[in-house]
Ligand binder design. Structure first.
Ligand SMILES: [Zn+2]
Length: 452
């Protein structure tokens, strides 16, 4: 009987909610004096976003705990939190995690929920996402308002969609109804490769870029998992990114990567765009393991014809990885990565067999690559294919490298310096490092293993 009860018991969540721009429509600079606590605002007239009250009521009914986390002044935050019926932290100075850690220390039950991974941070800026990552929470980036010139704020990154995406939120949504769905079914709402490794199945991708051309054609870039640096939630998959390059990688790893890709490209919304070819960035002669990409590409289940269109020159020297600047990468790509159209057998007028080059003129093409960092490779490939007459292009990177987040909370027991979370490339194992000078740190080299 106990077992059954445990199974039926729903996992309770601790939900941290940013206030301005997330729950209420107060991103305009006119709100500043109120946020700073200089003037009172009639709380009944605060513009609450659609679905917020319903969301709060529904989550409370399901037993979840909610708290506002705001940089604004308590004189402004407290009346709103009382009206909404949730707890509140104010003057938090995001992404500083001091206030939130103090808050958790005073509520052992909440602290336990964070430790068990049952905590979600919801917000509209990169600072909310960064703070969430620093405490190991799942993060949800929401944009419930229209970005206009007068609300852009460099410092807080308000209205900077790209900055928020590069911070690597676990989920991206537009409405509170979507957050409800995420909390109830998290595994099926992760990005598709992350979901594949977590035991779910998902159609979701990080929408990195969308570009429309004058002739009506388009190119989009999508990523299917996050490759984190430093602190992040448990679903980010830098470990699998490194394991992919290990010569001893398992068939299971390759299959899970391929399953994530298949699940994304086989969904109706992608299929109905009508794709002519599925291709990938072929492996360089020097790539280890050999067939690093080909093995995964071959395992992807699709009815779209697979062809090899993109080739690294045989004399490719060095690697993109050592080139960090966009322009350096671009020059490298110009020199070594080319579109090389294969031949196909056709029947000629007299019934004989002959070979001719496949035409990609007006063709819609899906391209698979392993990793997206600056986007230089993606745009180079898109540009080259468009030059050869291709129409729509969907560029899929298995992993998106997201920004590094270090919380400086773990102190080296040997020398007292803050330690950084790292991932061992050979096996994807996580550890804290007091990084020594030979790895461009100023620490003593002490290491603390993290039990995965
Ligand atoms: Zn040390």
């Amino acid at each position: 009987m106990n077992e059954i009860n445990n199974e039926l018991k729903q996992i309770l969540m601790l939900i941290f909610l940013d206030l301005d721009g997330t729950l209420i429509n107060t991103v305009h600079p006119d709100w500043k004096p109120y946020k700073d606590g200089q003037k009172d605002y009639p709380v009944s007239q605060i513009p609450i976003f659609t679905g917020v009250k319903e969301f709060i009521a529904s989550r409370k009914a399901k037993g979840d705990f909610l708290a506002i986390v705001s940089d604004s002044h308590p004189r402004y935050v407290n009346p709103i939190s009382e009206m909404l019926g949730v707890e509140a932290l104010s003057l938090t100075d995001k992404p500083n995690n001091k206030k939130i850690l103090e808050f958790l220390d005073s509520r052992p039950q909440y602290k336990q929920m964070v430790a068990e991974g049952n905590c979600l941070m919801v917000g509209d800026t990169k600072l909310d996402i960064e703070l969430g990552r620093r405490i190991g929470a799942l993060t949800c980036w929401i944009l419930p308002y229209l970005i206009t010139k007068d609300i852009k704020d460099e410092r807080d990154g308000i209205g900077d969609e790209m900055a928020s995406k590069k911070m690597g939120p676990t989920f991206t949504v537009k409405t509170f109804a979507e957050i409800e769905e995420i909390i109830d079914f998290p595994l099926n709402n992760l990005y598709s490769i992350e979901s594949s490794f977590a035991g779910g199945q998902s159609l979701k991708a990080i929408r990195f870029s969308d570009n429309k051309y004058k002739d009506g054609s388009y190119a989009c870039i999508r990523c299917l998992a996050r490759q984190e640096q430093g602190e992040c939630d448990k679903y980010a998959r830098a470990d699998k990114y490194y394991l992919m390059s290990n010569p001893n990688r398992t068939d299971e790893l390759l299959q899970k990567l391929a399953n994530g890709i298949s699940s994304f490209i086989n969904q109706p919304a992608v299929q109905e765009q009508g794709w002519d070819y599925f291709t990938y960035l072929t492996d360089k002669a020097s790539t280890v393991p050999t067939n690093k990409m080909k093995a995964i590409f071959d395992l992807v289940q699709t009815s779209i014809p697979k062809i090899e269109l993109l080739k690294w020159n045989d004399n490719t020297q060095g690697s993109l990885r050592n080139r960090n600047l966009y322009n350096e990468r671009k020059a490298f790509l110009e020199q070594f990565l080319t579109v090389s159209v294969p031949k196909e057998k056709v029947i000629d007028l007299f019934g004989g067999e002959t070979e001719q080059l496949i035409s990609i003129q007006e063709k819609n093409i899906i391209v698979l690559d392993d990793q997206l960092t600056t986007g230089a490779t993606a745009w180079h490939v898109i540009h080259k294919l468009k030059e050869k007459g291709a129409k729509n292009i969907l560029f899929i990177a298995m992993f998106q490298m997201v920004l590094a987040v270090n919380n400086n909370d773990v102190i080296c027991p040997r020398c007292g310096k803050p330690m950084i979370m790292k991932i061992r490339r050979s096996d994807g194992h996580r550890f804290y490092s007091c990084t020594p000078p030979e790895y461009r740190g100023d620490g003593c080299g002490f290491i603390i293993d993290i039990q995965n």
